[in-house]
Design a protein around this ligand. Structure first.
Ligand code: DAH
Length: 339
């Protein structure tokens, strides 16, 4: 029995020495001192010993247990210390490492151009209005002098919600809402998102942005229209730019025109972008049709006005020499970073 105890003790002490982590140490403890442990079994067997042997062996067994317990404690302390040290070494903060850069976002190129455009018109005394993107047949077509079966409706094929409601095809319906609600005179721009069932390509998107303009007062003439829009074009694209008014047709204006500026890419020499003509169209405009005024309750004998509409994508493409409008919607930061 004495020998057995000694062997158990020697074995265990050797094992403890070899252990390298706390988990393994706990396993050793359980194997010897646990309920089913080796030493526990020996102590249980004491009852079978003779009364002479029992105190001797009992004493020895207790000594062995104490020694083992002490060694286990010591080993535990050493291992915990080592682990802590290891942890401290690995978790130290290297203050010489470069800091993580926090990237700041910034305005989208179209927002930059829209803000500039708002500044220009606010500077000329205009205010800003908005209208709904889901419009009725009346506001989107009828009130703009585009009755049922008008050929121009084909060009503005859109997304219908039902036979009466649709996604607006232009910001022009906001003109009607403004005329109905606001007291005269009116001097407003109306930016917003518009929809047409177009295929996506470098210059078309089923969702795009327009800016509408409307001025109504007594004695407004074509000269006011030309002055305001030429001033706008020169402020946006620089004094060197030339502005041309070309006759055109829109159902809601009479007379109507399109405005061209000398090509901002080639300066008017002719290039791929202006298809060799040296000119680029930037907007549609005209004197508000008397019928349109009357439909919105404005006396066309007393009041007259002009209106204009332009595409924000196009203005932005010309401003920054961007050749494909899809870049605006892709949100590729390598593109967006440049503005
Ligand atoms: N609504 C026209 C379009 O989407 C643009 C336009 C042209 C608006 C002439 C106007 C205007 O207000 O007078 O193509």
């Amino acid at each position: 029995m004495q020998e057995k105890l000694k062997k158990i003790s020697d074995d265990v002490l050797l094992q403890i020495e070899k252990v390298t982590d706390l988990k393994a140490l706990e396993q050793v403890r359980v194997a010897i001192l646990g309920k089913k442990g080796e030493l526990t079994a020996v102590l249980r067997g004491m009852k079978d010993l003779s009364s002479e042997e029992r105190p001797l062996i009992g004493k020895l067994a207790n000594e062995v247990r104490e020694t083992i317990e002490n060694r286990l404690d010591e080993a535990k302390k050493t291992l915990s210390g080592k682990m802590r040290e290891h942890q401290l070494q690995n978790e130290t903060i290297d203050v010489t490492m470069p800091a993580k850069k926090i990237e700041l976002g910034h305005r989208h190129p179209m927002s930059i151009v829209l803000d500039d455009l708002k500044d220009i018109f606010i500077g000329m005394g205009y205010s800003i209005a908005e209208g709904p993107e889901i419009e009725s047949n009346y506001y989107n077509f009828e009130a703009l002098n585009l009755p049922e079966n008008h050929a121009a409706r084909d060009e503005q094929d859109t997304f219908y919600i039902n036979s009466e409601m649709m996604l607006r095809t232009a910001t022009s319906p906001v003109q009607v809402r403004v005329m109905e609600k606001h007291t005269l005179p009116i001097r407003m721009i109306m930016p917003g998102r518009v929809y047409r069932s177009d295929e996506v390509d470098a210059t078309h998107s089923p969702v795009f942005n327009q800016i509408e303009g409307l001025v109504i007062d007594e004695n407004i003439t074509m000269a006011d229209l030309k002055g305001a829009l030429a001033e706008f074009a020169k402020t946006l694209y620089g004094d060197a730019v030339e502005v041309k008014f070309r006759p055109h047709y829109f159902p809601f204006t009479e007379p109507s025109a399109e405005v061209d500026v000398t090509c901002v890419m080639c300066g008017g020499k002719g290039c791929k972008i202006c298809k060799g003509s040296g000119w680029i169209e930037i907007l549609g405009c005209g004197m508000v049709h008397p019928k349109v005024l009357e439909m919105s309750g404005i006396d066309s004998k007393k009041y007259s006005g002009f209106a204009f509409g332009m595409g924000l994508e196009r203005l932005t493409m010309l401003r920054y020499s961007i050749e494909d409008l899809r870049l605006f919607y892709e949100n590729d930061v390598r593109f967006l970073k440049q503005f």
